[in-house]
Design a protein around this ligand. Structure first.
Ligand SMILES: Cc1cc2nc3c(=O)[nH]c(=O)nc-3n(C[C@H](O)[C@H](O)[C@H](O)COP(=O)(O)OP(=O)(O)OC[C@H]3O[C@@H](n4cnc5c(N)ncnc54)[C@H](O)[C@@H]3O)c2cc1C
Length: 547
């Protein structure tokens, strides 16, 4: 009898258990503190229930399946008739259903399309931050739906019809007219082949035809093409104008949106982003002719907030995956978590997330209070582009570093980190890319005395907190050149994060953030910032409490 060599892989040791079936809220002290400080102690039990639901193994699995099975476009049927429909994997629909049931797409609005009272933004922001940790592709239509009502305010009659459908908590993925559905979603079409930043170069034409417009042209990126309607920019006789373009015409026939193909994207794969041609599509005007940018910018301001929230969420998930793994993995007879250099890396990563979450939740508070308080409105105007710039551009490098904490395990799909890594750059690119965000900040400073005052106030507060005599940021009036704008805006966001952090986090955390990000030159690499040992202990315990 020959003996068969034993290849027994049943016994696995020195690996971390899956990070799932976790409570995304109760395990996240910085988030809890930021919600407490900015959201008047908003219903933490409800947030914990959301955190538990989204942290289940089932939600992680839905996210994986939705991205492993990207949507498919069907332009024609077998007989040559146009279909122009995109089919998604059931996991995508499950994620949409869960987000809509929780109101991520609309909880900041009342059924009449007015802003819901505070702390609606903070409460939604916290949920959005948690959902983004699990799956971000489906959040694209969720974000656009919630933001679109801000632009629809320019068409009150239309808003009155659409808002009740939007705020409904029912998700209806069927391809049928929006007015027959219990709930609806909205997308947006601005970017054309010749330009996304410079939308004034849009060539799509809108011809008045009785009480509607006939839209002819193309959009080079139109995400979530199965949305029930889109806000689209097109050139009307009076200039660039915003239009409501539904998938069905009022007579129930399919509107003339010809989906050409889907983008083959780096990440964001559960979400479909299409190229589309409008062949005399039915459109209703939203706002005055010529006021297209002014109208749609109301929507874009909100989508930018979501970009910053989501990227902060990506960093949070990357951080906890790294901390969790290092607590279990031993190298040279010692847990990675206890190796001094690894601890320095993890603590520095945790510090970055502390600043990001403090800033985004402070920003959500500004959106909550903007209508009643001009200073908060100025905060939202100035800090939205600054936070989007700083957080969204930080995320890819951050996730890469977190991935390395898991070694080879981090590089494989099951670890979640590759998907986060591929997803992250898009938040910096869409809704106004990095440089464009910096130009927005400069524009606000030049034209808006309240934003200018706020800038000076943050600068003074930052200098006081850090005890630095010379200004941390050069005075706004001296921001002469666009070439230096990234330096100014990066510092502005960092100072605002430090100020927000000092209002919510323990002094040791705020001090470590200021010392390593403002007082000393900040290293381009994590773990090279000399966070002291005591602060590191605090940071890591706050990031993910040990059982
Ligand atoms: C996955 C995905 C989905 C998308 N979905 C949608 C959608 O649903 N609807 C939609 O309308 N759009 C969508 N977009 C398009 C997106 O909003 C644009 O790509 C973005 O606004 C940038 O426009 P652009 O690609 O034309 O780049 P450009 O405008 O050509 O800009 C290129 C670069 O130049 C920089 N730049 C621009 N102006 C200046 C300046 N004055 N000084 C210095 N630098 C400058 C920008 O920051 C950018 O880095 C999507 C994009 C992606 C990747």
């Amino acid at each position: 009898m020959t003996t068969v060599p034993r290849f027994d892989t049943d016994e696995v040791f020195n690996q971390s258990p899956p990070y799932e079936n976790v409570d995304l809220f109760s395990s996240d002290l910085p988030l809890q503190e930021a919600v407490r400080a900015n959201g008047d102690g908003h219903d933490t039990d409800a947030l914990a229930a959301f955190g538990r639901q989204w942290g289940t193994a089932e939600m992680f699995a839905l996210a994986r399946r939705a991205n492993e099975n990207p949507p498919k476009l069907y332009t024609f049927d077998g007989k040559g008739f146009r279909r122009d429909v995109v089919e998604y994997h059931p996991a995508y629909h499950d994620l949409m259903r869960a987000s809509i049931a929780a109101g991520l797409h609309a909880s900041t609005w009342t059924p009449s399309g007015r802003r819901a009272p505070p702390p609606a933004e903070v409460a939604r922001g916290a949920r959005y931050y948690m959902a983004a940790q699990i799956e971000s592709g489906h959040l694209c239509p969720i974000t656009m739906t919630r933001a679109a009502l801000a632009a629809l305010a320019a068409a009150p009659e239309l808003l009155a019809q659409v808002a009740p459908k939007v705020v409904s908590r029912s998700y209806d993925p069927l391809f049928r007219p929006w007015w027959e559905k219990p709930g609806m979603t909205l997308g947006m079409g601005m970017t054309e082949k010749q330009g996304g930043t410079d939308v004034r170069a849009n060539s799509t034409a809108a011809t008045p035809t009785g009480d509607f417009y006939s839209i002819t042209g193309h959009k080079w990126f139109l995400s979530a093409p199965m949305s029930d309607a889109f806000l689209v920019l097109a050139q009307a006789p009076g200039g660039l104008t915003c239009f409501f373009v539904p998938r069905f015409r009022p007579d129930g026939s399919v509107n003339a949106l010809r989906l050409q193909r889907l983008k083959d994207k780096l990440g964001n794969r559960s979400n479909a982003s299409s190229e589309v041609e409008f062949a005399g599509a039915f459109g209703l005007r939203v706002g005055d002719e010529g006021a297209g940018v002014r109208t749609i910018i109301q929507m874009v301001q909100l989508t930018r907030l979501d970009c910053a929230l989501a990227s902060a969420g990506f960093m949070r998930m990357a951080l906890v995956q790294a901390v969790h793994h290092c607590r279990y993995r031993s190298v040279f007879q010692r847990h990675l978590y206890d190796q001094p250099m690894m601890r320095a890396v993890l603590a520095d990563l945790a510090l970055e997330v502390e600043g990001a979450v403090a800033l985004v939740m402070r920003l959500a508070r500004a959106f909550d209070r903007a209508a009643a308080d001009p200073r908060e409105a100025a905060y939202a105007r100035l800090l939205t582009p600054a936070a989007k710039y700083w957080i969204c551009k930080t995320a890819p490098g951050f996730i890469y570093e977190a991935m390395e904490c898991l070694g080879g395990n981090g590089y494989v799909e099951e670890s979640v980190l590759p998907r986060l890594y591929r997803e992250a750059p898009v938040n910096a690119i869409w809704e106004g890319s990095g440089n464009v965000m910096c130009l927005d900040v400069l524009r606000a400073l030049k034209r808006d005395p309240e934003a200018d005052d706020l800038f000076a106030g943050l600068e003074r507060e930052g200098s006081r907190l850090t005890g630095t005599e010379t200004g941390l940021i050069e005075p706004a009036k001296e921001v002469a050149s666009e070439a230096a704008a990234r330096v100014t805006v990066g510092k502005l966001a960092t100072v605002a994060a430090a100020v927000a952090l000092s209002a919510t986090a323990p002094a040791a955390v705020a001090e470590a953030f200021m010392r390593t990000r403002l007082v000393m030159p900040h290293s381009a690499l994590y773990g090279a910032d000399d966070v002291d040992t005591r602060a590191a202990d605090t940071l890591l315990q706050r990031a993910l409490p040990e059982d």
